[in-house]
Design a protein around this ligand. Structure first.
Ligand code: BGC
Length: 915
């Protein structure tokens, strides 16, 4: 009653006072794709926002205004920059252009927008970002090394470092900036700082080493304080690659940190790493490496070690050393965090007698162990992805990776342990030496990955496909651990370029991968050789840092061209494209220098159509020959053409018209050479494999008159294999797209819904919870593929996810950051419904359809400040929108027809079409 009265009164007052509440507001503020980032070293950060206009159709922004200030109240004197009202519909990645930013400063920003009719919104809520150390001279700290010996040996215990300091006055705020050669954890007064794990992440350390910025204001107290750090091997010093390169980046661990205290009286104090720090090499964390795992002896814990008044008289002095500071950069990507927890679904004993917990999900991270027992007892956790045919714990596919966690008890009560300096890829955990009875509540799976914002969902009427989507998403979680990796478990876990290239578009539907790939692509450019060659893995640990000639393989190196282009299309990130452009171009020039005079790139493919399916692959990596094989020079020349094509398009976007023309010509000339060498006048390809047709069609390498024959050959091959694919890493991502683009979505659906091997659903039927490396990782009789290469968590074949979003649900990938959206579902006869949603830079896009008794209902959501083109196999007069004939539907305009499809233009809003 009271509330009713209040509303009435308010409305009356608003009416009398002439206020009209705006029907829209501005929200979703992001700075450099991130929500309120701390420690950003971008000098002209870019701002993105969304308009929320619920219930309105066709909302467009006509103008905006941005303000930046040093206090959240935006007082006149704290105002740093005011863009003024800008007549523009842009709302994504608009750059700051005020006075030069100061280091280590928190800036608040807000935005308002005007709609098409000139109605002005209120200011958005304030968001902020905080600048990092923008100048080299901001670094006052010196590197310190815990190891005293000149050449330390492999497998040292994690080192502990500490120092005490006094906060003399009242603290207003405090920040810590830290990084390490190795993994590190930072502590203040006994508390771990921040919730990030595996810091400082993995980059091409010689050229790019990230430091982290932490707000430690709440951890300090007046008077005595202490700062501590634990430093383990990390990616810096673990053995990496299957040859276990040790010390690739250096043989010694090191730590760098500076703390800035700001007092309420405006004065400052710095605590920096230097020779005044103390070091201990005898803490609880023993041997620790990425592939090995971690050993922990709780009897060696040092209570109070990172608190003041701890007795460190037996500790040694740290060694201050002068490493160059030029490679330091702020971490601008999303941190790796503990994202979720899962409990075992079952604990059982295997036929061989192992006590095993089944987590129910192939996951990446580690296990938190709860245990009670006697001092000195050791519990060993071993990690495996699968059980073998007989139900025994199976680790052969891990190759030399041990994946163990060994915990030695302190004794005397309940103890809880979690590894910190390694991570594990597993579904099953074998527990040896557990005192007492192991219960599910004693083990918790801690899922660890880069903390990307989830953006997409896909769901349909077939539960196996829904499980496939689940498996794709989990493949992404497990292999987006600061760098995109091939696999998370065996002695590899490397940033394989080809794998990332094929999976990136799917990844971008599932989560916001802009910051993640922006970081990794900078490493790619950093590790690219001066001749333009792009190594197999990024960060490159397979070649000597100064090696000029490095192995390059078509489809792998092309990641340096294809991924920036994909990201540009998805996020409209022109600055990223501009930054990567020299690298993209250098790669194509590299191929040009390796190709022969007629523009064929012979010998350019090392891996071919990696792991394509053919029936006799036991013990073979199956990329050499046989049924389904695609000629390697065919592949490399096709990718050469495709990358040249992309560079010409990128040049066009960036206004480099001379380059655009040159690379367009190059593309045309490669195409001519390709046709002459590899395509018969009948439209047959030399290899006649599925991948050969897919690449030629998708990369537009065929003359128009031969396309139908090529499509027919592809379809015939699939039908002859009774709706099975034979493609590998390079052909698979485009296979269903090519079919749909040429009117054969029915064939694409038959492939997608195929349940016998090779197919996407075969592993699902075999109980997979992630994507397998091979089509036949586990045979129908439950025996395994070759132990040399058989990962059960490899995202590459998950690239089908992109087709599921784009074609099955119809939510097509953006071409200018989704400012103009295309909705075009293929209403598969073998599904009753399919729906997808995607959180774009403008807001949520959704497309979902349902078939009932021959009628289709399509629900579409288009975010404010965008428009969509909808293509449907329908007649305008038989189509209804929200129950009305089309002519009465607000925000809908009939554009015409494209072939059999009716084209409608939609403004923002939610629509329900029936036909
Ligand atoms: C990796 C890949 C990678 C391949 C290169 C493998 O060992 O696991 O996924 O792309 O090597 O062919």
């Amino acid at each position: 009653m009271k509330k009713y009265f209040f509303t009435q009164w308010f409305l009356l007052a608003a009416f009398v006072g002439g206020i009209h509440a705006q029907p829209f507001k501005v929200s979703g503020l992001r700075c450099e794709h991130l929500k309120n980032p701390i420690g950003l070293d971008v000098r002209e950060p870019r701002f993105s926002w969304m308009a929320e206009a619920p219930g309105l159709r066709g909302w467009r922004q006509s103008a905006y205004q941005l303000q930046v200030a040093t206090d959240a109240a935006f007082s006149r004197k704290s105002l740093v920059w005011d863009s003024g009202k800008r007549n523009s519909d842009a709302s994504v990645l608009q750059a700051y252009s005020g006075p030069a930013l100061r280091s280590a400063t928190r800036y608040f920003w807000r935005v308002k927008a005007w709609d098409a009719g000139g109605v002005e919104s209120a200011w958005s809520e304030a968001a902020f970002w905080e600048s990092a150390l923008l100048n080299r001279s901001d670094w006052r700290a010196r590197w310190i090394e815990p190891e005293q010996e000149a050449t330390p040996s492999r497998y040292s215990a994690a080192h502990h470092l500490r120092r005490e300091f006094v906060a003399a006055k009242k603290i207003a705020s405090a920040r810590a900036y830290a990084t390490a050669h190795g993994f590190y954890e930072l502590y203040i007064n006994g508390k771990k700082v921040g919730d990030q794990v595996l810091a400082p992440g993995w980059t091409s350390y010689q050229k790019r080493l990230q430091y982290q910025t932490y707000d430690i204001s709440g951890l300090l107290r007046p008077g005595a304080n202490a700062v501590g750090a634990v430093v383990g091997e990390g990616w810096f010093r673990s053995g990496l690659g299957w040859e276990f390169q040790w010390g690739y980046y250096g043989k010694k661990k090191a730590f760098l940190c500076q703390i800035q205290l700001r007092y309420t009286d405006g004065s400052e104090q710095w605590i920096t790493t230097d020779a005044g720090w103390k070091v201990s090499n005898s803490g609880p964390i023993g041997k620790n490496e990425i592939y090995y795992g971690e050993e922990y002896d709780a009897r060696r814990e040092m209570p109070g070690w990172s608190e003041p008044a701890f007795d460190d008289s037996k500790w040694q002095n740290a060694l201050a050393v002068d490493y160059p500071l030029d490679n330091l950069l702020a971490s601008n990507s999303v941190p790796v965090r503990k994202i979720e927890e899962i409990k075992p679904v079952k604990i059982f004993t295997t036929p061989e007698g192992d006590l095993v917990a089944d987590m129910g999900q192939n996951m990446v991270g580690w296990v938190r162990l709860r245990v009670k027992g006697q001092s000195g007892q050791t519990v060993t956790l071993r990690h495996a992805e699968v059980l073998d045919k007989a139900g025994n714990f199976y680790t052969l596919n891990l190759r030399a990776a041990k994946q163990v966690a060994k915990y030695t008890l302190r004794g005397g009560g309940e103890e809880v342990y979690e590894p910190r300096f390694s991570f594990y890829g597993f579904r099953y955990v074998a527990v040896d030496g557990y005192p007492g009875t192991l219960r599910p509540e004693d083990l918790t799976g801690i899922v660890v990955h880069s903390d990307m914002e989830p953006t997409g969902s896909f769901e349909c009427s077939n539960p196996l496909i829904n499980q496939l989507q689940h498996n794709i998403a989990w493949g992404q979680k497990g292999n987006f651990v600061d760098v995109p990796t091939d696999c998370p478990q065996r002695d590899e876990r490397l940033g394989w370029t080809g794998d990332a290239q094929v999976f990136a578009p799917t990844a971008a539907f599932n989560a916001n991968v802009a910051p993640f790939f922006t970081k990794w692509l900078a490493d790619l450019a950093a590790d690219q050789r001066s001749n333009g060659a792009i190594p197999f893995v990024i960060p490159d640990v397979l070649n000597k840092p100064d090696a000029l000639e490095v192995g390059v393989s078509a489809g792998w190196g092309d990641a340096g061209v294809i991924i920036p282009w994909d990201l540009y299309r998805i996020y409209d990130d022109r600055r990223l494209l501009e930054r990567q452009y020299p690298s993209m171009k250098a790669y194509v020039d590299y191929i040009r220098s390796k190709a022969d005079a007629s523009l064929l790139w012979k010998g350019g493919s090392v891996f071919g159509d990696w792991l394509f399916f053919h029936p006799n692959t036991q013990g073979v990596n199956s990329h050499t020959d046989g049924d389904g094989f695609t000629n390697h020079d065919y592949i490399s020349t096709a990718f050469f053409a495709h990358s040249a094509d992309i560079v010409s398009q990128a040049a066009e976007v960036l206004g480099k018209s001379e380059d655009a023309r040159l690379y367009k010509n190059l593309f045309e000339n490669i195409k001519t050479a390709f046709q002459r060498e590899f395509i018969a006048p009948s439209g047959r390809t030399v290899s006649e494999s599925q991948t050969s047709y897919v690449l030629a069609l998708h990369f537009k390498l065929l003359p128009d008159n031969l396309r139908p024959a090529a499509v027919k050959n592809l379809v015939d091959d699939i039908r002859a294999r009774r709706n099975h694919l034979s493609t590998g890493f390079l052909g698979t991502p485009y296979l269903c797209h090519v079919l749909s683009d040429h009117g054969h979505s029915d064939v694409a659906y038959d492939l997608l819904l195929q349940e016998s091997w090779p197919s996407w659903l075969y592993p699902v039927r075999m109980g997979a919870t992630t994507i397998w490396e091979r089509w036949d990782g586990q045979k129908p009789d439950s025996t395994f593929q070759d132990i040399g290469m058989n990962s059960f968590n490899h995202y590459a074949y998950g690239a089908i996810g992109d087709w599921m979003y784009q074609v099955a649900a119809g939510l097509r990938m953006g071409s200018n950051g989704y400012k103009n959206i295309l909705i075009q579902p293929a209403f598969g006869k073998r599904l009753d419904h399919a729906r997808a949603s995607y959180q774009s830079s403008y807001g949520e896009i959704a497309s979902g359809w349902e078939r009932k008794e021959g009628h289709i209902t399509l629900r579409v959501s288009i975010p404010a400040n965008t428009t969509a083109l909808l293509r449907l196999p329908a007649e305008a007069d038989a189509l209804k929108e929200s129950g009305n004939p089309l002519s009465a539907a607000r925000g809908v305009q009939v554009k015409g027809r494209s072939g059999e499809l009716l084209e409608l233009e939609l403004g923002s809003g939610t629509y329900v079409f029936e036909f």
